[in-house]
Write a protein that binds this ligand. Structure first.
Ligand SMILES: [Ca+2]
Ligand SMILES: [Ca+2]
Ligand SMILES: [Ca+2]
Ligand SMILES: [Ca+2]
Ligand SMILES: [Zn+2]
Length: 275
């Protein structure tokens, strides 16, 4: 019995060494010549050797390992990392950064810490408030990523023109943002309904201009927003009742006219609601 147990243990060690060697050979081609003879001796020292590999030994990332829009794979786009408005965060597009943004409090009573600014225009979208450049377009990383991700899908699926028209998000530090009741902690964005004439101008569903409303394009846009986020609530014009129906997120069909020229989109607080 005891012999069998030792045999199994040896076998286990040898297997571990063999697997380690194979992994090393693949990930560290310059080291495999050194590791092969050590592997033949089958001692426990191998695992110590593996544990002490320093980060400087890591191979360079293959050029196609990261998406072209996030070349360091840290989940923050190159556009966001190089946006001048975000310089205060010292993000480096060539090395991984942690998500700095925190949503405090609630959307209608909260604040935004280390908010990220949306690039004024990017693939598939633009920020349509020229008088509010880098003033009203701050949010948590998840909100920025949702807009950029939806923009890429919008572009890649040839829905443009028009581009996605992005309006108010939050102020730099969040907090009250009149005339909005909410938009306080970087979790919300206003977006125009899509027009069917390709024009990048406003569209008010409470007027005769509603003939320019492209329902299917607007639904596609919303599906891309959903694809790229954890979203929880949307405010729509009551004109959309029966035309746009969500099954997964809380929907408000606003009868006051307050959402006739844009819809209001809210994501889940990515860092939790207890802070
Ligand atoms: Ca990045
Ligand atoms: Ca980075
Ligand atoms: Ca939070
Ligand atoms: Ca901006
Ligand atoms: Zn809003």
């Amino acid at each position: 019995m005891r012999k069998g147990w030792i045999y199994k243990l040896k076998l286990l060690l040898l297997s571990t060494v063999a697997i380690t060697t194979i992994v090393q050979t693949i990930t560290h081609p310059t080291r495999h010549l050194l590791l092969l003879p050590i592997a033949a001796m089958a001692t426990m020292e191998i695992s110590c050797d593996v544990d002490t590999i320093s980060p400087s030994d890591y191979p360079e990332q293959p050029p196609d390992a990261c998406p072209s829009w996030d070349t360091d794979c840290d989940g923050i786009s190159n556009a966001t990392e190089t946006n001048d408005a975000n310089a205060y965060l010292n993000l480096d597009p060539d090395s991984p950064d942690a998500n700095p943004s925190i949503a405090h409090g609630q959307p209608c009573n909260g604040s935004l810490e280390n908010g990220l600014n949306l690039m004024n225009e990017g693939t598939g979208y633009w920020h349509y408030n020229p008088e509010k450049i880098d003033y009203d377009d701050w949010g948590v990383l998840h909100l920025i990523n949702m807009i950029e991700g939806a923009g890429r899908e919008w572009h890649d699926n040839n829905w443009w023109p028009p581009r996605i028209s992005v309006g108010d998000m939050s102020l730099r530090y969040g907090g009250p943002f009149p005339p909005h009741g909410c938009h306080e902690n970087g979790l919300e964005v206003d977006i125009r309904y899509v027009r069917n004439d390709g024009l990048e101008v406003g569209l008010n569903l409470g007027t005769a201009d509603s003939i320019y409303f492209d329902v299917s394009a607007t639904v596609a846009l919303m599906s891309y927003l959903l694809d790229n986020s954890n979203s929880i609530k949307i405010y729509l014009s009551s004109y959309c009742r029966g035309k746009i129906i969500f099954t997964a997120i809380d929907t408000v069909y606003d009868t006051t006219g307050g959402h006739d020229d844009h819809f209001h989109w809210r994501i889940q607080d990515p860092d939790g609601t207890g802070n």
